[in-house]
Design a protein around this ligand. Sequence first.
Ligand code: AMP
Length: 299
Amino acid sequence: MSHSDDDRLILVIFDHPRMKIVTNPEEMRFLSRGERTRRGRLGLVPTMGALHDGHLSLLRAARSRSDVVAASIFVNPTQFGPTEDFAKYPRNLESDCALLEREGVELVFAPSVDEMYPKGAETWVVVEGMSDRLCGRARPGHFRGVTTVVSKLVHVIEPDLAFFGQKDAAQVAIIKRMVRDLNLPVSIEVCPIVREPDGLALSSRNSYLTAEERKSALVLYRSLTRVQQEFANGERDASNLIESGKREFAQQAGARIDYLEIVDPDSLEAETKITKPVLVAVAAFLGKTRLIDNITLLP
Ligand code: AMP
């Protein structure tokens, strides 16, 4: 962490007497163990900061289902590819902490990269197969970074519950598989997607969009809605449904589709006929910004 980050952190700590902000993993484990012993069930909301109403919904779910709430703020370098936006990803530790305190969060874990990944760290947690599907195809190594950091957070904070957004549906499926496969003692709680009034799913990356790109970005949800309509009209063939969604992109200037797929929500494997609940997932570029969204179809 740079000197100026340190200064900022000290300021933040003085400003938030009711909430502890910790950067050291050992200190965090000591505090979270203490809170669990004193108060009971600990709910963790892992984030990369730049908090918005989607994160707030997770914090409120955690507040209602746990006795003590911890949030982590860590822009995790290992889940970004070499040409991705790690350096420019929005970072607002001070305003994020003000918001977390308003939500009644007791513990904030905000480690530096060096505290999270000591020099020479070479150990990875990988869910094989699933990690190469959906976003994993276009972003090799992304889910390896996610599963590694989430397993580290679980080991450091030892939460009873961990809250994730359905917005990142593939992430949810892969984390659930990791928790099952490694017998991690944590319950994964999934919260619905929070959207803008016009349908755009909230994302920290929406702040990158120009006014023009913001308008074009509506095509993600519009394509999903189109698939939903065709499904409601009785279409059950996955490739026909995918084609109808892709037609929305063909008519939208300024948006470049990465994928639109219909998959099993647990295995992320492609489905051909819709006979059980499926995930319709889409990713697209608006200029340099890559956004994702999804819906579930329930026969
Ligand atoms: P991030 O800070 O982008 O890593 O997101 C932290 C958590 O917030 C993840 O579990 C996301 O799935 C969740 N999240 C992000 N955006 C939304 C949204 N629009 N609605 C619900 N959850 C969200």
